[in-house]
Ligand binder design. Structure first.
Ligand code: FES
Length: 404
């Protein structure tokens, strides 16, 4: 059920009784930012699929997990250790993410957060750790970093994502910056963990030492790896009092090349990158120029670049959805995705991240044409087979898609 504008304004004002002025100012700024359509990076600012249908959109795999503890991860960042109080062990692969559904000012928002430890490193076993860094103006990150406490419940979907290590790999190079470090921490632990003999070269960038996520844990991991892990953390700017080991610099083409040479990375290494869009583009170009095969490079992106954001048709378009042998035709309004259109009409469609990153919303295009935001997680063979991602695809005319 949805709530009218007056309703949530009243509820928001009502919160003021127990809230601090700072919190209210922060909420107001976030609210205004949201109204203006400002999208905080690095996590997508998109709201959950358009609410307001007679039947509320439903998601697949939603469950409630409890915050077991909140740990500092760096300046303006916390790690939330989540567990199922029933004792059920949660499962995931290093590099995957969970989607958290958080209500702010009466509106549900979805954010994808990578798991920041490997299953073998989870403490207690079976718990999930996600790390959240505050994003200026970010409604959800602000709320999670500021207000999270042990005992809170969170609606969670997942795990999802294909940014995972291959079963057998001799050497991995993990490249990351900002909050993109989080899945790489888990992957480094996984690569060095039981049953593996993988060598790890990890090159990270951060604005400054205070904002470098999981820095101490990574240093300890490298120190205890028996020489299997090489770690270089660079900061844009050293601060007074920084440890002598903190190196100033950016993970640009020249630095990357020099560090890869220094680490004597093998020809067969696989590369995994996660970080700001511009950084990933530059790293990829550098690797390709060094002769690294495109198939050896995997990227995880959490931002839909506004420069490439599609709006789709300016007219409402009929979208025919084939589900379980039946067909239903719904209207995709301007600005909606296929997923929005289906969910608003009450069609049960699978989805998780809603930003093109997990593949949970794959549908097969049977007829018609769609525009689709790039980049996204579709593989070449899936594109060739006509698969599109309903959460980032928009009909350009009448279309028919098959929902698995
Ligand atoms: S819901 Fe994750 S790719 Fe569409």
């Amino acid at each position: 059920m949805t709530e009218g504008r007056e309703g949530w304004v009243l509820r928001w004002l009502g919160r003021g009784v127990g809230a601090t002025l700072t919190q209210l100012e922060s909420d107001a700024k976030m609210l205004l930012g949201g109204v203006r359509g400002e999208a905080p990076a690095p996590f997508m600012q998109r709201q959950a699929p358009v609410w307001g249908a007679a039947k509320a959109p439903r998601s697949v795999g939603h469950e409630m997990l409890q915050v077991l503890r909140v740990e500092p991860a760096a300046e303006d960042a916390v790690s939330l250790v989540l567990h199922d109080p029933s004792g059920r062990a949660l499962r995931w692969q290093a590099g995957q993410f969970f989607t958290l559904k958080v209500r702010v000012l009466g509106v549900e928002h979805r954010r994808a957060y990578s798991v920041s430890w490997a299953e073998s490193a989870a403490e207690p076993p079976g718990s999930v750790r996600v790390t959240v860094q505050r994003v200026p103006g970010g409604m959800v990150s602000e709320r999670l970093v500021r207000d999270s406490k042990a005992g809170d419940w969170l609606a969670v979907e997942g795990p999802a994502g294909r940014f995972v290590l291959p079963d057998a790999v001799g050497e991995v190079v993990l490249l990351g910056g900002g909050s993109g470090v989080t899945p790489l921490v888990a992957m480094a632990q996984e690569a060095l963990g039981p049953g593996r003999a993988t060598r790890v070269v990890m090159l990270l960038g951060a604005r400054n030492h205070a904002r470098a996520l999981h820095e101490a844990a990574l240093q300890a991991l490298a120190a205890g790896s028996g020489g299997r892990m090489v770690l270089h953390s660079l900061v844009d700017q050293r601060a007074p009092g920084d440890d002598a080991a903190v190196r100033e610099g950016r993970l640009d083409a020249a630095t990357l090349g020099a560090l890869l040479d220094e680490a004597q990375v093998s020809e067969n290494a696989r590369y995994f990158m996660c970080g700001p869009e511009a950084m990933l583009g530059s790293l990829r170009a550098t690797l390709l120029a060094r002769g690294v095969s495109a198939s050896a490079i995997e990227e995880e992106r959490f931002v839909r670049p506004s420069a490439t954001r599609q709006r789709g048709s300016a007219e409402a378009q009929p979208v025919t959805l084939r589900v379980l042998g039946r067909e239903v035709t719904v209207a995709q309004k301007p600005g909606q995705t296929l997923l929005d259109a289906g969910l608003v009409a009450g069609v049960e469609m699978p989805f998780s991240c809603t930003m093109g990153g997990c593949g949970a919303c794959r549908v097969k295009l049977i007829a018609g044409e769609v525009s689709q935001e790039e980049p996204n997680c579709l593989r070449a063979h899936e594109r060739d087979a006509g698969m599109v991602l309903a959460c980032v695809a928009r009909a350009e005319g009448p279309v028919t898609v098959e929902v698995p």
